[in-house]
Design a protein around this ligand. Sequence first.
Ligand code: AHR
Length: 346
Amino acid sequence: MKKRLQFIIVGVLVLSLLFLASCGADFGVDGNAEQTDESADGDIPEREDLIVVGVCQVGSESVWRTANTESIQQTFTGENGYFLIFNNARQKQENQIKAVRRFISQKVDYIVISPITEDGWDTVLKEAQDAEIPVILMDRKVNVSDPGLYTAWVGSDFFLEGKNAGEWLEQYLEEKGMSEEEIYIVVLQGTEGSSAMIGRSKGFESVADKHKNWIILEKAGAEYTTAKAKEEMKRMLGKYPDINVVVSQNDDMTFGAIDAIEECGLTVGEEGDVILISFDAVYTALKLVEAGKIGVDVECNPLQGPYVESIIKALEYNWGFEKENYVPEQVFYKENVSEFLPDRKY
Ligand code: AHR
């Protein structure tokens, strides 16, 4: 009887441990923790030598995003003196807000947010400010009444990216002797209300507005994903028979657009039916630039971890730093892409 009781207690303990391991915060052996939005408040280790950084990521919608996450995870390691709590918000702003509140209650040293959309941040940023936790924005921006609600921002000049795309098209059409022809354009847009979608749209339109013969037939939301872009592209090909240019606001959507165009029996590229303009410049897309399928790929640099760290270091040591920090980026087309391809790691 006593033995059976011992057996039951051990069994219950094992099952409880298995259950705890399968839910909630997963504190890895390397000193980092991954939180899901359902997870309970995790314990931060009693290691006063480690700087605790809570990072709230958009999701894992694109190759770019995965590279951005890896950049953060490779920067904020135990070896480098950090304890990283990483939260994947799965494309929902409400999850991001919950994660920030959790970071505040965990009393992290710094909060890093890649905001899904620009609006809706005032209240939670005020809560972080009241708790005296510096907030560093990464990648995208926020639209707040008081810029003092965040400490610094690191990311891309999305307007310039869009403008560069428009200027490439301007030059391309000129070289092909098509600058006076009517050009029919469709746009595959990223997440509605995100800085990348807003900036790239405005930047491209700043050039398009100068050309009365550029006709933007439709701007379709495709959430930065291949599947949604393929669906939207198919729909638009059915609706507009003469699409000359597709402006696709990230590479993942471009892959979906190519599939849709080719499945409709059309071709892409310089000698093809449709000219493609893309953003991000991930390896697979740059190979398509080299192959002549994508006309131009405007880089969006995801390797932002070291830039975020330099701000944290400046705060730790009381060094000066800029509030707005643009990461370096360039534009890739057939003539220059091959020399950069061997170095592209994502
Ligand atoms: O905010 C950057 C954008 O978000 C990238 O272009 C896209 O791929 C990502 O998901």
